[in-house]
Design a protein around this ligand. Structure first.
Ligand SMILES: [Ca+2]
Length: 212
């Protein structure tokens, strides 16, 4: 049981979760060993020898009966509506926020929670988040993300100052425009799986990220 102590925190929760189940008569340790890539927690029922590997859980929906969870010690505050999303070796701790401030207030909210507007430095991470949005939200939603033309010189920078090339294939056709309808398009948006630049004072939903 030392492995459980070192790798997992036991919490009692009524949080709904998505999981796969199978029988492991060898017990809870066997169940825990199956909780590897893509698994953030598990439950084990001693009476039925049923092991549930949990890939995601979340708050805000009607509670189910309380379950004893064994949760991996991941630096992602899942109980604060952040989601730990994995696809292969790609991982992210993110929160989709549906009220609609302008870009700067969105970034301020993320910073107040110890994070930042989400950055997409790899194709794999972009694909993973787009898949999640397609499956659980709407691909037509518009989200503030963590890049902008910070010097107003038609160069887009991620929040860590890496440049997002204007030739990156993840831009929507015709983007970045940098200007439209007489306004500066300086702030980063994810919509329909692609990057756009918008006028920063638009009211949009946003995605916060925490480093894990
Ligand atoms: Ca634009």
């Amino acid at each position: 049981m030392e492995i459980l102590t070192s790798l997992y925190t036991i919490i009692i929760t009524s949080i709904p979760y998505s999981s796969v189940s199978f029988l492991t008569p060898k017990g809870i340790l066997s169940c825990s060993i199956h909780c590897r890539e893509g698994c953030v927690a598990f439950t084990y029922n001693e009476l039925t020898s049923s092991c549930n590997l949990v890939s995601e859980f979340y708050t805000g929906t009607p509670p189910i009966s309380p379950t004893r969870f064994y949760m991996k010690n991941i630096n992602c505050p899942l109980l604060d509506e952040y989601k730990y999303i994995t696809m292969g070796t790609t991982k992210a701790c993110v929160k989709f926020i549906s009220y609609t401030p302008h870009w700067f207030d969105a970034q301020t909210v993320c910073q107040a929670e110890g994070g930042f507007l989400i950055q997409f430095k790899t194709i794999e991470k972009t694909n993973m988040i787009n898949q999640y949005i397609t499956d659980r939200l709407s691909i037509y939603d518009q989200w503030w993300i963590g890049f902008r033309d910070k010097y107003d010189n038609n160069v887009s920078y991620w929040l860590d100052d890496d440049i997002l090339s204007r030739y990156d294939p993840r831009w929507y056709p015709g983007e970045p425009s940098f200007h439209s309808y007489g306004k500066h398009d300086d702030c980063g948006v994810l919509k329909e799986g692609k990057f756009w630049d918008y006028y920063c004072i638009n009211p949009l939903k946003f995605i916060c990220e925490k480093t894990i």
